[in-house]
Design a protein around this ligand. Structure first.
Ligand code: FCB
Length: 452
């Protein structure tokens, strides 16, 4: 089986991870600039200050996309470029960068897919309270307004937020990511609620102001429990685990997705969080619950589980020596079958895999090439799993490889390479890896040679 003819094959990046030039054209500071400048926060003291210098090399990078035959490119806009202090009048010079990028993409016949927020939150707004501030949803809506007014004549695909679980969970609960906060649960849930409201207001802004008909989604994430065997008992065990809201963490699917797609918090989550749940009104829920055209899913890993004889759910430990990615996440292709399957069953919305990829142990070989065969195997087996879900009726419209090129991997600095394209960070030289050629061929043939 091949993929549908109009399947969107793309690759993804994000602003802070590739752009560099943190002071160019009036850009303001983000929480990630400050986090990187704080000793001990990021591996090796690395920062995104240079990254891939995409800010001045976008023409070259779009040419790479054209060479690869990408149909679409998912990138994010840096809020502090558009509004240096996070609010107030838009900074024309900052917006001009994205304006050029969009033109370059369209000229190369690569469809722009724009994410409004991929974690580089304006530092001055954080200092005023950030996502805890009652005005924070409106701040995001105002920023969205500026981006939509400038780019929506040409950009049709919009995503509001990237991985809210991650910037709330890692950024505000465990403190591993910027801004490095460790909020108590009730505060974390209040910030979460503001994020959900921000999403809803932004969707309203896009729909009411876009100059060409928009397609709107967002890009949540989560590890995927998968059934140890394809029996109904194990499938149900995995499904239940997937939708479970744990009592102390915002890392889950249902608390985020149910308000956005069903208009209410999940009952089990309300019970699990108990008195930590913030006050909310029916009007709040209506704001969060805006019609979406697609649901993005960022999926990297998962784990097996089954129903044991006593009826309990048992999570299986990976067996000794089982494969994992260079950054230690487990290699678990079934995640790309069951994640979309469970989401499809619950919400029925068209799905786009907005990120999937792997860090592998890449270097430039003596022959000048990067032979990343494990990345090729990763993509082919995850994509085969996705196609199994599609063969069973799950409506998947597209797939974005993470990432177009090696980049700044947040608290891990530059030690993990996720790119299809190798970046030599000392010289900024870009070199296609074997996996880039493979992916290009996969796109050209519409996935025809993928294994079953
Ligand atoms: C995701 C992030 C993305 C990248 C990949 C590896 O969680 O959205 O920016 O870091 O992981």
């Amino acid at each position: 089986m091949t993929f549908p003819k109009d399947f969107t094959w793309g690759a993804a990046t994000s602003s802070y991870q590739i752009e560099g030039f943190p002071h160019a054209d009036g850009r303001g500071a983000s929480v990630w600039d400050e986090f990187c400048a704080t000793p001990g926060r990021v591996h090796n003291g690395d920062t995104g200050a240079v990254a891939c210098e995409h800010y001045t090399r976008s023409a070259e990078d779009v040419q790479l996309m054209r060479d690869l035959g990408l149909r679409a490119y998912r990138f994010s806009v840096a809020w502090p470029r558009v509004m240096p202090t996070g609010r107030g009048p838009a900074n024309a010079a900052g917006l001009a960068f994205y304006d050029r990028l969009v033109d370059q993409l369209l000229e190369a016949k690569v469809e722009p897919w724009l994410t409004l927020f991929h974690w580089d939150y304006p530092l001055p707004l954080y200092r005023e309270g950030g996502w805890l501030h009652p005005d924070s949803p409106q701040w995001f809506a105002d920023y969205t307004h500026a981006v939509v007014d400038k780019l929506s004549d040409r950009v049709r695909h919009w995503m509001t937020l990237n991985e809210p679980q991650c910037f709330m969970g890692l950024g505000h609960q465990t403190g591993i990511h910027a801004p490095g906060d460790k909020l108590p649960l009730d505060q974390a849930l209040l910030a979460t609620q503001n994020v959900l409201l921000a999403h809803g207001l932004a969707v309203q802004v896009i729909r009411s102001r876009a100059k060409s008909p928009p397609l709107v989604g967002w890009a949540p994430t989560g590890e995927v429990p998968t059934p140890a065997t394809e029996t109904e008992a194990d499938i149900q065990a995995a499904r239940e685990t997937y939708w479970q809201v744990p009592p102390t963490s915002v890392w889950n699917m249902a608390w985020w997705l149910d308000p956005v797609l069903r208009g209410h918090y999940p009952e089990q989550g309300l019970q699990a969080y108990g008195s930590a749940v913030p006050r909310f009104t029916e009007a709040d829920l209506r704001t969060m619950h805006q019609p979406l055209d697609f649901l993005g899913l960022n999926i990297y890993h998962g784990y097996s589980c089954r129903r044991s004889a006593d009826g309990k759910i048992e999570v299986l430990k990976p067996s000794a020596g089982s494969p994992h990615l260079h950054n230690h996440w487990p290699f678990h292709p079934a995640a790309l079958q069951w994640g979309p399957t469970f989401v499809h069953e619950r919400y029925g919305l068209p799905i786009v895999i907005t990120e999937n990829g792997t860090a592998t142990h890449d270097w430039v070989f003596a022959d000048g090439e990067i032979h990343d065969s494990s990345r090729v195997d990763f993509f082919s087996r995850y994509l085969a799993a996705l196609r199994r879900a599609m063969a069973n009726g799950v409506n998947v419209k597209g797939y974005f490889a993470w990432s177009l090129m090696d980049n700044f991997e947040w608290a891990e600095g530059y030690r993990f390479r996720f790119g299809l394209v190798h970046v030599d960070f000392a010289t900024q030289k870009r070199t296609l890896k074997d996996s880039a050629r493979w992916y290009s061929e996969c796109i050209r043939s519409n996935g025809e040679f993928l294994p079953d």
